[in-house]
Design a protein around this ligand. Structure first.
Ligand code: NDP
Length: 483
């Protein structure tokens, strides 16, 4: 399917070519051929987008003054527009990123749910009254922060942009969205949806461009009030420094190296299926992947066998052309990085139980075999660093205390899974895991109403849930002397 979607930048309600005349050509990772060419924003385009967003978020603007029930209908209208475009966006995402249409469709569904969830928030953003001494009235309100910047990655291009754009809009802010230049296409559909929904000009602006130029210009722009960044830990640190220029608030959703802790009393078949999704969905390119399994020695061999069997039987495919359940990884560079990690794992003494290279039957496309390493020590590189590919490391432990020590021994703290049928153990372990999200007897999973985010090098702040409403609003305290 040829790309026939939007290709221009969207600034101030207009579709525009980039000032520099430069473009980005994206590749279909399954076919290795060019898929689409879009305009490439530079710092001057970003500045124009921020100016448009500043006007749209002005105190007297139509958007800021809009009644909450009218804003609610606008956000629902965006959800309707996305729903209408779902089949098209699904195929664009599958071609642009390499994921299967099933995986892409899940992204679009989650975005529709997220917009509908936050549409319901528009008339529930409340302050409180605070008792103070004598005859005084003291209360708080929650105001929009103003111009919000959103810098999103390539692994879930549509969903990870939408999960911050929706609450930012519902709370009355304007948005400048810079998607990854590796997968810039689906973000442009937010502009289409905003246009369709009749949002005032400048409320939504979309500027595909490189991270080093457009991204950095956006994060450091003095008129940006909040930056939401989803991406690698290294770039997240740079963004935090850039945003300090404008003393802008920052939400950082960064990398992970999540453990799945499996106890001997767990349902091992259910655990194996859960771990399968947690490491082989999206070809393992997931921040919250359970890329480490920490398993009790009594059931370790059995689990290794199950995981190897699963890995060897996952049909690979470019998704759009066949019945593949796992697509290629996003680029040749990403493929090479993953293969390098696999070599490191072998060199450091881990045992390849399944996969371990490029599939023989795939001579086109950036495919990597679903790979399972056994006999992994938690100090090994493959257990400490985020691989961001379909590579599972299985670490055997002797008792409950060791399981917790190993699970927490990571620079990251995004998601941990616990597999046990002992209720008391489940809650005790959940309490002691240093992670922002803990799943019990569940693969990594999330909903628009649940907070998403991590500790340590996985970032700070939370996407989704009530916490996102707090991120995109500023508390004002009003103090009235009644005497
Ligand atoms: P990157 O950090 O490379 O890029 C993320 C975004 O930042 C892209 O839009 C990129 O643009 C942009 N960018 C790059 N450099 C700069 C810069 N100096 N200033 C401003 N923006 C910049 O991450 P990836 O796209 O490679 O995504 C993978 C990473 O994201 C993984 O580490 C993963 O764990 C993490 N991630 C975290 C999630 C979470 O919720 N915690 C969810 C999903 C992914 P460009 O692509 O054009 O360079």
């Amino acid at each position: 399917m040829e790309y026939s979607g939007p290709t221009d930048l969207y600034i101030g309600g207009e579709w525009r070519e980039a000032n520099s005349g430069e473009t980005i050509t994206t590749e279909d990772p399954a076919t290795e051929s060019a898929y689409a060419t879009v305009q490439k924003a530079d710092a001057t385009d970003v500045d124009a987008a921020v100016q448009a967003a500043t006007e749209a978020a002005d105190r007297d603007s139509e958007w800021r003054a809009m009644d909450p029930d009218v804003r609610r209908e606008k956000i629902h209208a965006m959800a309707d527009a996305i729903e209408e475009l779902k089949d098209e966006i699904t195929m664009v995402e599958a071609h642009d990123n390499g994921k299967t249409p099933f995986e892409a469709g899940m992204e679009i569904d989650m975005v529709i749910d997220t917009f509908r969830h936050y549409a319901g928030w528009t008339d529930k953003i409340q302050g409180s009254e605070i008792p103070v001494s004598d005859s005084r009235l003291n209360y708080t309100t929650r105001d929009p922060v103003g111009v919000t910047a959103h810098i999103s990655p390539w692994n879930y291009p549509f969903q990870l942009a939408g999960r911050s754009v929706a609450p930012a809009l519902a709370t009355g802010n304007s948005v400048v969205l810079k998607p990854s230049s590796v997968t810039p296409l689906s973000a442009l559909y937010y502009a289409k949806a905003a246009e369709e929904a009749g949002l005032p000009d400048g409320v939504v602006n979309v500027v595909p461009g490189s991270g080093s130029e457009a991204g950095s210009a956006l994060a450091s722009h003095e008129d940006v009030d909040h930056v939401t960044f989803t991406g690698s830990t290294g770039v997240g640190k740079a963004i935090q420094q850039d945003a300090a220029e404008a003393v802008a608030d920052v939400t950082l959703e960064l990398g992970g190296k999540g453990p799945a802790v499996v106890y001997p009393d767990a349902d091992l078949d259910a655990a194996a299926r859960g771990i399968q999704y947690g490491i082989f969905m999206n070809a393992g390119q997931m921040c919250w992947a359970n890329s480490r399994v920490v398993v009790h020695e009594d059931v370790a061999d059995e689990l290794v066998e199950k995981m190897a069997d699963i890995a060897e039987n996952i049909p690979l495919g470019g998704g759009i052309d066949d019945d593949g359940q796992m697509g290629p990884v996003v680029s040749e560079g990403q493929q090479q990085e993953i293969l390098d990690y696999i070599e490191t794992g072998k060199e450091e003494g881990a045992t390849v139980a399944a996969g371990g290279g490029v599939p023989e039957e795939k001579d086109t496309g950036h495919f990597v075999e679903p790979t399972v390493f056994a006999d992994v020590d938690n100090d090994m590189t493959i257990a400490q660093e985020e691989i961001f590919g379909p590579v599972l490391s299985i670490i055997e432990v002797g008792d409950e205390a060791e399981a917790l020590t190993v699970a927490n021994d990571s620079p990251f703290g995004l998601t941990a899974c616990v597999w046990t049928n002992d209720l008391s153990r489940a809650h005790t372990v959940a309490d002691r895991l240093d992670y922002g999200m803990v799943m019990v007897n569940e693969t990594p999973n999330t909903w628009p109403q649940t907070p998403f985010g991590g500790t340590k090098q996985s970032g700070h702040g939370r996407a989704q849930g009530e916490e996102a409403v707090e991120s995109y609003t500023e508390v004002k305290n009003v103090h009235v002397n009644l005497e």
